[in-house]
Design a binder for this molecule. Structure first.
Ligand SMILES: [Zn+2]
Ligand SMILES: [Zn+2]
Length: 219
């Protein structure tokens, strides 16, 4: 009789341990990336053809379902003319967060116009020289992690067309990566490299995540 009880106890403990480990390896509350939905929000004259290419590329990279929303005008309250006419990327992120349909997980804004943000140091102070970094032109910006990101084609130089497109796709994959919680990555060739707003850095990376970044976001 005692032996049977001991067997039962061992079996019970075994089931509990298996349950705990399964919970940690497969968290049922975290939606698998393949089930995620991403909406693209083209702004003010962004090419339909390019939006379609971005849609295909994001699906290919993340396995997520990607939708293209109807075009909208850029919000006037995001416009500044400090150094040149630009739209504030941080304002656009907040605007996009409000535009995001509840049925999707992330929204990526697509602009032809120049976008900018304030570059800060690790203590949150505007980087020096302030005149340079208060309104700093960027390729893209995204919450990490978060619901929205934005990309501009303005600084990616339009010729040759093939190079321009590949840069744009890489920046889109990069910003969605931030939304999924990925930090900048030092693996050579990884699309999550810190571009530091240099086209040469964008040209050096592949249009995909490295194995480490893939595993972090469950791919
Ligand atoms: Zn980044
Ligand atoms: Zn990486």
């Amino acid at each position: 009789m005692k032996k049977v009880n001991r067997k039962k106890t061992i079996l019970f403990i075994g089931i509990i341990l298996l349950g705990i480990s399964l919970f940690f390896f497969y968290n049922p509350f975290e939606k698998a990336i393949h089930q995620k939905k991403i909406a693209l929000q083209p702004f003010s004259g962004f090419s339909t053809d390019l939006a379609q290419k971005i849609k295909d590329k994001l699906h290919q990279n993340y396995g997520a379902k990607v939708y293209i929303l109807p075009e909208r005008e850029l919000p006037k309250n995001a416009f500044v003319n400090i150094k040149s006419p630009r739209y504030r990327a941080d304002s656009l992120l907040r605007h996009l967060k409000n535009l995001k349909p509840d049925s999707v997980d992330h929204i990526l804004g697509l602009c032809r116009h120049d976008i900018s943000t304030t570059k800060r140091d690790r203590w949150g102070k505007v980087k020096e020289p302030k005149s340079r970094y208060t309104d700093w032109g960027v390729f893209g910006l995204g919450y990490r992690p978060g619901p929205s990101c934005v990309v501009s084609s303005f600084r990616l130089k339009r010729k040759p067309a093939q190079l321009f497109e590949s840069r744009l796709l890489k920046v889109c994959i990069h910003e969605i990566g931030h939304n999924l919680g990925l930090k900048h990555c030092e693996t050579p060739g990884c699309v999550m490299a810190d571009a530091a707003e240099k086209l040469s850095t964008v040209d050096q990376v592949e249009a995909e995540l490295c194995a480490k970044c893939k595993s972090i976001c469950g791919l």
